[in-house]
Write a protein that binds this ligand. Structure first.
Ligand SMILES: [Zn+2]
Length: 442
């Protein structure tokens, strides 16, 4: 059952369970493995975490306290890869085949016909209210930026970033085919202009089924030069495919090493890396580690799209080899990706669902690694949000309390009764009604 938070500026949350890997606490064991939890007491004062102390608490400072009965407490989630601009179009843009190429063509047609500023804004705001309600504190979205769409979506994003400041930290990355760099240099320059103007991130889809030629290397050099010149980060959609020809990941690593680019680089999907032979995969992973390129896997969307053939049962899960990447020292994360659109028919920007599905699809369980970091501390660090994704004295008391005492209890139920605290106070929110979206249906 949700606990009742004292209506005072200073209070103790007693008997909570917190992950050792995410928490800086007094009297905590130094040695631990994986996502081990410890019983602790958290002192909240003036909206911040004042102390975190191992239970049993020897001497509580005089302050009201609430016994949480072992409830799991996490920092708010950090969702490093989403598509707010595509979200919730499924009702009017059905992907009848459920395939990647079905999704590409369906989204392109819907974008052309329907993505006005009002339409994009309404769907993005709807999605953000879902994310906020579920306990997300930071979200990075990709924005389709080809042609006229850059001038529509980036200003809307900029407004929403300001409106949501203090509740959700928002970042955006441009999304368009890498081939735009040589097929339509003028559009590339227009997209870059918007990214710079709105302090965004430069990104692209590096493989969509076309053969990889020298033009790819030249285009990657252009991206890195542009990022270098404008102080931008890079964020690519990479090899979201089971094709043996999808090998752009290695080209990105080669380009980063060749150009000695020192800014942050994130690559998403990387599905085909799992299907390479062992030697090739090891070589590419080694280059990613050397280039300090971070990897985000999107397990729900990848399992939905990859290996989908009508009338045939899928043979693989479609996900990047995250354990191997992690073991090689590559910074690994998982995130939502699409929600209720032709690329993924489900989802609600819920970090619990992302981690629960990642656990099942990627085998985060029975592991010695702290995988909870993949939806909290690591994406926060990658996004430059040093104060997010962890629990420590001095940080804002942005917490989620769950009716679960162990990770097993946590992962077995949907956690719809979770309590989200922002600066020590329970947020007042409810999930938006789907009926709100009816007026947007074509
Ligand atoms: Zn994506």
């Amino acid at each position: 059952m949700p606990v009742s938070i004292p209506k005072t500026s200073r209070y103790w949350l007693r008997q909570v369970s917190v992950p050792l890997a995410l928490t800086a606490g007094e009297g905590f064991p130094q040695a631990f493995a994986g996502d081990a939890l410890v019983r602790a007491a958290i002192l909240v004062a003036d909206g911040k975490i004042a102390r975190i102390v191992a239970e049993p608490l020897a001497s509580a400072e005089e302050a009201p306290s609430v016994d949480c009965g072992g409830q799991l407490v996490l920092p708010r989630f950090v969702d490093v890869h989403t598509h707010l601009d595509k979200g919730h179009i499924l009702g009017r843009a059905a992907n009848t085949s459920g395939t990647f190429y079905g999704a590409l063509t369906t989204v392109a047609a819907d974008r052309e016909a329907n993505w006005t500023a009002a339409d994009v804004r309404a769907r993005m705001d709807f999605a953000l209210r879902c994310a906020f309600h579920h306990g997300s504190g930071a979200v990075r979205t990709h924005l389709d930026s080809l042609g006229k769409q850059a001038g529509i979506s980036w200003p809307v994003f900029d407004e929403l970033r300001a409106e949501w400041k203090g509740r959700i930290a928002l970042q955006a990355s441009a999304l368009f085919p890498l081939s735009t760099a040589w097929e339509d240099p003028e559009d590339f320059r227009n997209i870059l202009k918007h990214v710079v103007k709105y302090a965004g991130i430069l990104g692209a889809v590096t493989y969509r089924g076309e053969p990889l030629t020298g033009q790819v290397d030249a285009a990657l050099d252009m991206f890195i030069d542009a990022a270098q010149a404008n102080g931008l980060e890079l964020d690519f959609h990479v090899d979201e495919s089971d094709s043996p020809d999808a090998r752009s990941l290695e080209k990105i690593a080669d380009a980063v090493l060749r150009k000695k680019f020192s800014g942050r680089v994130l690559v998403g999907h990387c599905c085909s890396l799992a299907l390479m032979d062992d030697g090739d995969r090891a070589r590419v992973i080694e280059k990613l580690a050397a280039a300090k390129i971070a990897v985000v896997s999107l397990p729900m969307c990848n399992m939905y799209l990859q290996d989908r053939v009508s009338g045939r049962t899928p043979r693989w899960r479609g996900v990047a080899p995250l354990h191997e990447l992690d073991a090689a020292g590559v910074f690994t994360m998982v995130a939502s990706d699409n929600t209720r659109d032709p690329f993924y028919a489900y989802g609600d920007l819920d970090g619990v669902e992302v981690f629960r599905e990642a656990t099942r699809i990627l085998h985060f369980d029975h592991s010695e690694r702290p995988w909870l970091e993949s939806v909290t501390r690591r994406p926060a660090a990658h996004m430059g949000l040093a104060d997010a994704g962890r629990l420590a004295p001095g940080l804002s008391a942005d917490l989620i309390l769950f009716s679960a005492r162990t990770l097993n209890e946590w992962l077995c139920r949907p956690q719809t009764d979770r309590l989200v605290l922002l600066a020590g106070e329970a947020i007042q929110s409810s999930l938006p009604d789907y009926a709100e979206l009816d007026r947007l249906s074509a």
